[in-house]
Design a protein. Structure first.
Length: 408
């Protein structure tokens, strides 16, 4: 990764200072006070600056519900609160709880272009089921321009696509052979690698589409989706995805054990045009491919019954992930946007700290979690009900013959 990669300035660590005079941690990890001759479990509400009695709950966000506020009197006894506010200078001992760095929504966020991009590379026809899925996705996204970019020299394939996506389909077919900017891209170093994968020598249309999606979204902005992904339900007509110039909007993280991958899927994401993170992705793809000449000169493996061939195929897939697929996508995201890359993990960690950590008091920090959930919904919109995208499973990596490869 080059030093030109955008690295935002980190925010200050979020910490909560808790008065703990008269509050004791028991061997079970719970914090208790002596109230009316009985040891009672308590939690601290950061915004209200008060201790509360609590009761366990299987449905509450924190795993417990606050019942009654309590306060410590000057005589060092705990009483049910009478409405007086606990003054900061009445405590002599404090405990500080540190939570993952809070994340905010950028103030310069603007609506991204309302364009939904799909890609089909190669001469094989789109299966009717996938064609209907693309059309259904278009209908679920009112107000979006839906484009299917095609790169095929086969006349029969072109005619089939024209039949599948007629004027009433809501899909605009974009023949890349008629795209002058795309012809210019093909003359670049990365464009030549695209041509390699799209040719009989490279014979990997999925890898070609991996390159093409980054190029198109950097050029146009909007949303990219694989043809087997699904917008699970209609999006509100007035709904806009918003992003700052350097934001990449994502789905939830996934794990693919077979390929040793954990991270954000590269099958659906969104951004503004001229996004610097996607520009870095294009540069990093170019660099990695330039350093993989020997690998690219080898014939690609295909699906076979033997264990040795299967191992070779998995190794090949993992390498492609690293060169142009989800691995390089995530490497660039993590390097360029460390502020929100681990937002899901940070939310889980924060909930664990305030609810089940054996070393910390139970803590209520509503404003912190409200901000974190708002940021998560902003940066990971395709994991939210308003624009949920289900990741497809029409695996294109394991065909038995090259001509049956799924191209996307």
């Amino acid at each position: 990764m080059t030093s030109d990669c955008l690295i935002p300035n980190p925010s200050l660590t979020y910490s909560v200072k808790i008065p703990i005079d008269g509050v004791e941690r028991d061997p079970d990890g719970r914090y208790r006070v002596m109230l009316d001759g009985e040891r009672r479990v308590v939690a601290f509400h950061a915004e209200l600056n008060r201790w509360f009695l609590i009761e366990p709950s299987n449905t509450a966000p924190y795993g417990h519900v606050l019942t009654l506020p309590i306060r410590r009197t000057p005589s060092r006894c705990w009483k049910r609160d009478d409405g007086q506010t606990l003054r900061a200078d009445t405590a002599s001992s404090y405990h500080e709880v540190h939570l993952p760095t809070p994340i905010g929504v950028p103030p310069n966020a603007a609506a991204i272009p309302r364009i939904l991009h799909f890609i089909w590379v190669g001469n094989a026809p789109i299966p009717d089921a996938l064609a209907q899925r693309i059309i259904r996705n278009a209908r679920h996204c009112p107000g979006f321009q839906v484009r299917l970019y095609i790169d095929t020299m086969d006349i029969a394939a072109q005619q089939k696509l024209t039949q599948q996506f007629g004027p009433m389909s809501g899909i605009a077919l974009v023949d890349l052979h008629d795209d002058e900017d795309f012809h210019g891209f093909l003359q670049t170093s990365l464009g030549k690698h695209y041509r390699h994968f799209a040719s009989p020598a490279g014979n990997n249309y999925s890898a070609a589409a991996d390159i093409l999606r980054a190029y198109l979204l950097h050029r146009e902005g909007g949303i990219y989706m694989d043809v087997d992904d699904t917008v699970s339900h209609p999006v509100a007509a007035h709904y806009d995805l918003r992003a700052a110039p350097d934001d990449v909007l994502l789905n939830r993280m996934v794990t693919v054990k077979e390929y040793g991958f954990n991270g954000y899927p590269y099958s659906n994401f969104a951004c503004q045009p001229d996004n610097p993170v996607i520009a870095m992705l294009l540069e990093e793809m170019t660099r990695r491919l330039s350093n993989a000449r020997h690998f690219l000169q080898q014939p690609r493996p295909w699906k076979a019954a033997s264990d040795s061939n299967r191992a070779a195929l998995l190794a090949y897939i993992s390498k492609i992930f690293e060169l142009v697929g989800p691995k390089v996508f995530n490497d660039v995201l993590q390097a360029c946007r460390p502020d929100y890359y681990f937002i899901e993990r940070d939310l889980i960690s924060a909930y664990q700290i305030v609810t089940v950590s054996p070393s910390e008091p139970r803590l209520v920090v509503d404003r912190y979690f409200d901000a974190m959930h708002t940021a998560k919904a902003f940066y990971l919109p395709f994991a939210e009900p308003e624009f949920n995208v289900d990741i497809g499973s029409a695996h294109s990596w394991n065909p038995t013959q090259p001509q049956t490869t799924l191209h996307r």
